[in-house]
Design a protein around this ligand. Structure first.
Ligand SMILES: O=P(O)(O)O[C@H]1O[C@H](CO)[C@@H](O)[C@H]1O
Ligand SMILES: O=c1cc[nH]c(=O)[nH]1
Length: 236
């Protein structure tokens, strides 16, 4: 048990999928895992453990933004000894070439703020995805016929920003594909603890074209990303 998670040692598998939204965590667990068991309800940050293709896998909701993410994932790594983290998040497309509902695989990440997620330098490691997980995700996505792109993603601390889309101009010149709010923390924290990490993101809106998916279609929307994350978890 930790201050934010009622699970006992041993309740989490060594590999944990990390959606932000607790409803996505519950849907993924009940849709894809055999014998899913809820291991955390504290603060509604639902966590589940079950089997995927006979191997133990957990799914833990992390909430919105780096501060929330750092709490839940630090405790998974430090207390529960988790070794592999696969974010199954959502993102906003930063280029018209990233189709709505497709999957972005974060090959590298830039935090919008240099200070984001840093605790006196603790997590200040040059960090990216685990090369093995990344390569495996690319191969699985191709094999499963999942519409995907891999590249630079941006991690922002602010969803509603007074500058609107203009604040992403520099990122767009760097070729950034999409923005989310947790991936830089994922890669930094995993590097600090010597864990493996990968961020998979479904495009739910596009900041350039103003296209938007409806929340009501989101379960079906996440099928590709969930399958991809679980396949990487099972074999990666
Ligand atoms: O859908 P999740 O996984 O929460 O991810 C994205 O959605 C939230 C913003 O709406 C942020 O957490 C962002 O990173
Ligand atoms: O526009 C978006 C969509 C999802 N997540 C974000 O952080 N931004």
């Amino acid at each position: 048990m930790t201050p934010h998670n009622e699970a006992a040692k041993g309740d989490y598998a060594a590999t944990v999928l990390l959606p932000g939204d607790p409803q996505r965590a519950e849907w993924m667990a009940k849709t894809f895992l055999e014998a899913p068991r809820c291991v955390n309800r504290r603060r509604g940050a639902l966590g589940f453990t079950g089997l995927y293709r006979g191997r133990p896998v957990s799914i833990q909701a992390t909430g919105i933004g780096v501060p929330s993410f750092l709490v839940y994932v630090h405790e998974l790594l430090d207390f529960h000894g988790v070794k592999t983290l696969i974010r199954t998040g959502t993102c906003g497309g930063l280029t018209p070439n990233v189709p709505l509902r497709s999957v972005v695989i974060s090959q590298s990440v830039r935090a919008e703020s240099e200070r984001s997620g840093q605790v006196f330098g603790l997590y200040d490691a040059a960090a990216g995805p685990d090369p093995g997980l990344y390569a495996h995700a690319l191969a699985c996505a191709a094999q499963l016929g999942i519409d995907h792109q891999a590249g630079l993603t941006i991690c922002s601390d602010v969803f509603y920003h007074p500058e609107g889309r203009a604040r992403f101009a520099e990122a767009q010149t760097l070729g950034a594909l999409a923005v989310d709010m947790e991936t830089s923390a994922l890669y930094r924290l995993a590097a600090h603890f010597g864990a493996r990490a990968l961020s998979l993101l479904t495009v739910v809106d596009n900041i350039v074209t103003d296209e938007l998916t409806a929340y009501s279609e989101r379960q079906a929307l996440f099928t590709d990303m969930a399958r991809l994350g679980l396949e990487v978890a099972a074999e990666g």
